[in-house]
Write a protein that binds this ligand. Sequence first.
Ligand SMILES: Cc1cc2nc3c(=O)[nH]c(=O)nc-3n(C[C@H](O)[C@H](O)[C@H](O)COP(=O)(O)OP(=O)(O)OC[C@H]3O[C@@H](n4cnc5c(N)ncnc54)[C@H](O)[C@@H]3O)c2cc1C
Length: 386
Amino acid sequence: MPWDPLGPEQRELRELVRTVAREVVAPRAAEIDASHTFPWDVVEAFREAGLFGLFFDEEDGGTGTGVLLSLVAIEEISRVCATSGLILAVQELGSLGLKLAGSAEQRAAWLPRLASGEVLAAYALTEAGSGSDSAAMRTTARADGDGWVLDGTKRFITNAGVAGLYTVFAKTDPEAGHRGISAFVVEADTPGFEVARLEEKLGITGSTTGELVFDGVRVGPDSLLGEVGEGFRLAMRILDRSRPGVAAQALGIAQGATDYALEYARTRETMGKPIAQHQLIAGKLADMETSTEAARGLLYRYGRMVDEGAHADELTKASAMAKLYCGDVAMQVAVDAVQVLGGYGYVREYPVERFMRDAKVCEIGEGTSEIQRIVIARQMLREIGA
Ligand SMILES: Cc1cc2nc3c(=O)[nH]c(=O)nc-3n(C[C@H](O)[C@H](O)[C@H](O)COP(=O)(O)OP(=O)(O)OC[C@H]3O[C@@H](n4cnc5c(N)ncnc54)[C@H](O)[C@@H]3O)c2cc1C
């Protein structure tokens, strides 16, 4: 039997994910991409199969089957459709604030509904003027009676318009830099909250990416997540745990592109033999498979670290390395897959150009590849006490 990092129960659940990927998601992938429409039917299939539950503990309504399996689930879905894989990854991204800093009441109110997929979640950190430099945000939350009033605009927010719950970061003390930021959970139907527009994008076209406007949005005291002034630290702790979701999406894209290129190269003949037997193509296939497997090694290592109880401080570097490497590998492998298919790689009839367009965001979202390198180098210096 081939080596498998998953235990028997996890393998059974992976089989379930593979079935959903094969039977429901794969036949829809090209249409989701072409129509630029959020796939609610895929969400419904995930709900029915209980896939959102893979990201939650048993006491919160989930399966409690661990982080490694949750990453494998994103990978397996992204192998056929990165937009659909992202639905799972962003459910985790948008729920992590509650998991890490939510009060017992907040957790009880929201986590079971997120675990069932009844409510979709989003994470709103970025603004037009603050992406990599997220502490430069301008959205404010002003204390008002026992609650808060939010004003400002967020940009590039995944699940805009489809999420029922947004984790929002805002300045409660604009003079205090990153120590003046706090986190809130805001329901989509709160008066003053509006999705102003959705972006037209290069890839993951079925996923919504939008601008959120907060115009005097009044929320109660129960919407504050954690302590006042602790929002920036929470935002970074969330990213430590959510970046592997993007890495898993990237890994799925890389594997999907490799699988497709291999099958094509096996059957396409030039100069009297299958192109897979021409050494330059064989070498490309070998490099694609090797870098994809190396990326998997880094990502699964992260999953096992969490499941085996690694300290939170150790996750920062492991998570950034997985995101950086998987993202860069997905991009390179997808470009190579287009090359293996030649002219057929360049047309919409075949999925590899979609993989190539979808891969790019993995080097940008939740911290660019440059930012991952900064995070990794900073941790390296910390490790040697510098
Ligand atoms: C499809 C999509 C979905 C997204 N979803 C979300 C979401 O759900 N929630 C959310 O909050 N945000 C989301 N984002 C925003 C994303 O996280 C930011 O776009 C990203 O962090 C980069 O920020 P920026 O676009 O402002 O680029 P900038 O920060 O302006 O960076 C521009 C370039 O400069 C480089 N750079 C910046 N600072 C440095 C530095 N110090 N050293 C070296 N290089 C540097 C960057 O790497 C990049 O190459 C999404 C973005 C996209 C495209």
